[in-house]
Write a protein that binds this ligand. Structure first.
Ligand code: ADP
Ligand code: MG
Length: 484
């Protein structure tokens, strides 16, 4: 079996979620919530006689992404017409950028599951306008122009991605970056972020790239991973059968897990690009770049580094707590209540992530759960302060807070869960447990120290799990050692 190498380049389309569209004052609306064609103007419809005006905020958002991806921002960029006809593009051309994009030559480091990092080069990022959206119903099609003219940033990598795992890591990293920057909320089900994968394979003896195919309209990261794996397998099978791979545009059938060949490309697409005559060249002064750079928030890599260096978190904890902006924000909100960073991290990776998983809630939606950061912090502090023990907090309090949003202290009071630290009470329970289990005591005295755990369980049980475990352990050791 030949070990074929996988070659992938990703093209990502990210809407820049500004108030208004790329070239007019028409509002940008949620494409799923808003009624179709409720946010359209003459520009969105491409009516003759209209003139575009560049949205400065959209340009700055695009620049922020370029800077976050370590790109150079050339001293000028220029819009160009990309000519083609499709019903979702009523003016017959899309305003895009071609020879002079907004950002070039960047890179981003991705984290792989084995803990290593890998650098993916970014070829370019350019601004353009989104198209409308077609919905096929029966033998007709409906078109919604709400999306037409929404600012769109296209981000193109070099073919540096060598597996579907790397593609996934890149997709997640880019999505997180966009969320940290606040330019895109990353909800792929709403189409605000869309991936296209260029895929080819290389034989160990190859000295040049082979033909690539392009998989379009991948609408979740999971679909992208599955589609890439299927396409790599398809190409390898063709080559091993002595056949060739033809340049093609592909689709992905999520339901049947199959690649669909939409069309073979006999020659490259011809869009007859030319500079957009209705728009000026955009001069980008170094002052403007510095101004935008100064507005960049703390990005995931910097936050992760700070979480290890300043907060003393492990590399793993720092990584998982900075993967999603919502989790990072929520974690920092808990810390702001005065909770120790490492203790909070343990509650996040152990308990919060499990609750989210079990309830099938996305980590990104953590702020919308009934468990507020302030209440979560309160619970952690009750445990730290010895008012309740950790097992009780985990088993009897946190689930109620999660279900109902009820205050941590109120639950503890209502259910009588306050921790028993009264050493008299605990010593009494210890004595009772020893009296009831003389065999265990004998074993312990004979050197079988493990039975200590069984006795500990008995005492905790007798005190309904509410006892302070440290005090119980101490009392038990004291009583047992007194018999030696
Ligand atoms: P075009 O301009 O025709 O879209 P590009 O050469 O700009 O083509 O490449 C588009 C994308 O395809 C980029 O992300 C690039 O990294 C990727 N790509 C280029 N060659 C290959 C290849 N042989 N295999 C996989 N991806 C490739
Ligand atoms: Mg392309």
């Amino acid at each position: 079996m030949t070990h074929w190498k996988t070659i992938i380049g990703l093209e990502v389309h990210a809407e820049m979620l500004t108030q208004t569209k790329m070239f007019s004052a028409c509002p940008v609306v949620d494409s799923v919530e808003a009624p179709p064609n409720s946010a359209v103007d003459a520009l969105s419809l491409g009516l003759p006689g209209t003139l575009p005006v560049i949205n400065r905020t959209a340009m700055e958002y695009g620049m922020m992404v370029g800077l976050a991806l370590n790109c150079e921002i050339p001293p000028f960029n220029q819009f160009a017409r990309k000519n083609y006809f499709y019903p979702d593009l009523p003016k017959g051309y899309q305003i895009s950028q071609y020879d002079h994009p907004l950002a070039v030559n960047g890179w981003v480091d991705i984290e792989l599951s084995d803990g290593s990092t890998k650098r993916i080069r970014i070829r370019r990022a350019h601004m353009e306008e989104d198209t409308g959206k077609l919905t096929h119903v029966g033998d007709g099609s409906l078109v919604d122009y709400n999306r037409a003219g929404v600012p769109l940033l296209e981000i193109v990598t070099e073919p540096d991605i060598h597996s579907s795992e790397e593609a996934e890591a890149y997709a997640r990293k880019l999505r997180a970056l966009l969320q940290f920057l606040g330019v895109n909320h990353g909800d792929m089900s709403k189409g605000v972020l869309r991936f296209e994968a260029n895929v080819s394979v290389m034989h160990p003896t190859d000295t040049a790239y082979r033909t690539r195919t392009e998989i379009k309209n991948l609408n979740s990261i999971r679909s992208m991973v599955r589609a890439i794996d299927a396409e790599v397998a398809r190409q390898i099978a063709l080559y091993e059968a002595g056949d060739t791979v033809k340049p093609a545009t592909l689709g992905w059938d999520e339901q049947n897990g199959r690649i669909i060949i939409q069309r073979y490309k006999e020659r490259p697409d011809e869009y007859r690009y030319f500079p957009e005559p209705d728009l000026p060249i955009v001069q980008v002064s170094r002052e403007w770049v510095s101004e935008v750079r100064a507005k960049l928030p703390e990005l995931p890599d910097a936050k992760r580094a700070r979480f290890t260096s300043e907060l003393g978190l492990s590399a793993y904890d720092a990584r998982v707590l900075t993967q999603d902006k919502a989790i990072a924000d929520y974690y920092e909100a808990v810390l702001a209540e005065g909770v120790n960073a490492k203790t909070a991290a343990n509650w996040f990776t152990g308990d919060l992530f499990r609750l989210l998983n079990d309830s099938k809630i996305d980590r990104e939606a953590v702020a919308e759960t009934k468990l507020t950061a302030a209440n979560f912090a309160k619970l952690i502090k009750l445990v730290e302060g010895g008012q309740i023990n950790a097992a009780t907090a985990r088993k009897d309090v946190l689930p109620v807070m999660w279900q109902t949003g009820q205050d941590a202290e109120a639950i503890v009071q209502e259910k009588g869960l306050a921790q028993v630290s009264d050493s008299g009470l605990i010593r009494e329970a210890v004595q009772q447990a020893m009296d009831k289990n003389p065999d265990m005591v004998q074993k312990y005295l004979a050197g079988e120290e493990k039975v200590m755990n069984a006795l500990f369980g008995q005492v905790m049980g007798a005190l309904k799990g509410k006892a302070n475990p440290a005090v119980v352990r101490e009392a038990l050791l004291e009583a047992l050692n007194a018999l030696k």
